[in-house]
Design a protein around this ligand. Structure first.
Ligand code: SAM
Length: 291
């Protein structure tokens, strides 16, 4: 087998640089050869949780000085790490699992290191987001990543309402103790017919991928208490682009109809949107009748 150092060549690994390194989201084998090479080269590894990362590194036979960089100390820790970069060190940053900066600390450190004039070098790898999407299917060809919804029911419902007409598939992360109520809240806000993928415990022993609709999601989760345990990614179908577009057209026609005749409103709306005048005329007529 080709040695690791040779496989990871093809790029230089400069000193005085921050390496942002993705780690596994469950299965310890899901780390790249290049990540292992860089973690081996690093003078220091900054980690969201030094105990977890210490255990992970031990599995790969890597032992390095570890520095804690988490949500609560990211700016202060960044200043200290910049001193190490100024001393010419290679510093690696890993979050607890997956890709740093994706619903994880790392972004503030990246900003601070860039502002201080040092290179930031990303090493791709596992992320629950990409892993779930890769098994979702054609309906997620375009998507938006929303991360965690607000934990409080009222704020969550408000956020979901604002997303109800979002045309692309939406990817969310969710904690096990909120999974059932969140899927129910999505069904309430988006309607039960939309496609839903529940991706649970990806890459782990109890991995499960359930494809269904929002309406049947809560019942699937409730059917077995084990289904509500672990880590979750939820992928929800977007509002049909056409339906979202129609709502926008209605809003535009509504404004125009306050000042113009049905025919003129359709003509102006057609010029703005590029939609056929006849289609908009029919719609404007219907809106006028509903008044
Ligand atoms: N940075 C990570 C990434 O790249 O995916 C995400 C970190 S975020 C703090 C943790 C959340 O990601 C979990 O609550 C869950 O929603 C999702 N997640 C992480 N690992 C997962 C897995 N193995 N299966 C399903 N979801 C996972």
């Amino acid at each position: 087998m080709t040695p690791l150092s040779e496989l990871a060549q093809g790029q230089q690994y400069p000193i005085a640089a921050l390496y942002v390194v993705a780690t596994p989201i469950g299965n310890v084998a899901d780390i790249t050869l290049r990540a292992l090479h860089v973690l081996g080269l690093a003078d220091r590894i900054a980690a969201e949780d030094t105990r977890n990362t210490g255990q992970l590194l031990a599995r790969y036979g890597i032992s390095k000085p570890l520095v804690a960089v988490h949500q609560h100390n990211e700016r202060a820790a960044a200043r200290r790490l910049i001193e190490h970069l100024q001393a010419g060190e290679r510093v690696a940053y890993v979050s607890d699992a997956g890709t740093p900066g994706i619903s994880d600390p790392g972004a503030k450190l990246v900003d601070a290191v860039r502002e201080a004039g040092f290179p930031v070098i990303p090493l791709p790898g596992a992320s629950a987001l990409a892993t779930a999407l890769s098994a979702a299917g054609d309906w997620v060809a375009t998507f938006s990543f929303l991360g965690f919804l607000p934990p409080k029911a009222k704020q969550r419902a408000t956020t979901l309402q604002t997303l109800a007409t979002h045309p692309h598939a939406m990817v969310f992360y969710e904690a096990p103790h909120r999974i059932v109520e969140t899927v129910q809240a999505m069904a309430d806000s988006f309607g039960g017919e939309r496609k839903l993928l529940i991706a649970r415990e990806l890459t782990k022993l109890h991995e499960a991928l359930h494809r269904g609709t929002l309406a049947e999601g809560p019942a699937w989760l409730a059917a077995d208490p084990n289904r509500q345990r672990g880590e979750f990614v939820l992928v929800v179908e977007g509002a049909q682009a056409q339906a979202a577009g129609e709502q926008d057209h209605d809003a535009l026609l509504g404004i125009l109809l306050e000042e113009l005749t049905v025919s003129s409103a359709a003509k102006v709306a057609a010029a703005i949107t590029g939609v056929s005048r006849n289609t908009l005329y029919t719609r404007a007529l219907a809106l006028k009748k509903d008044e």
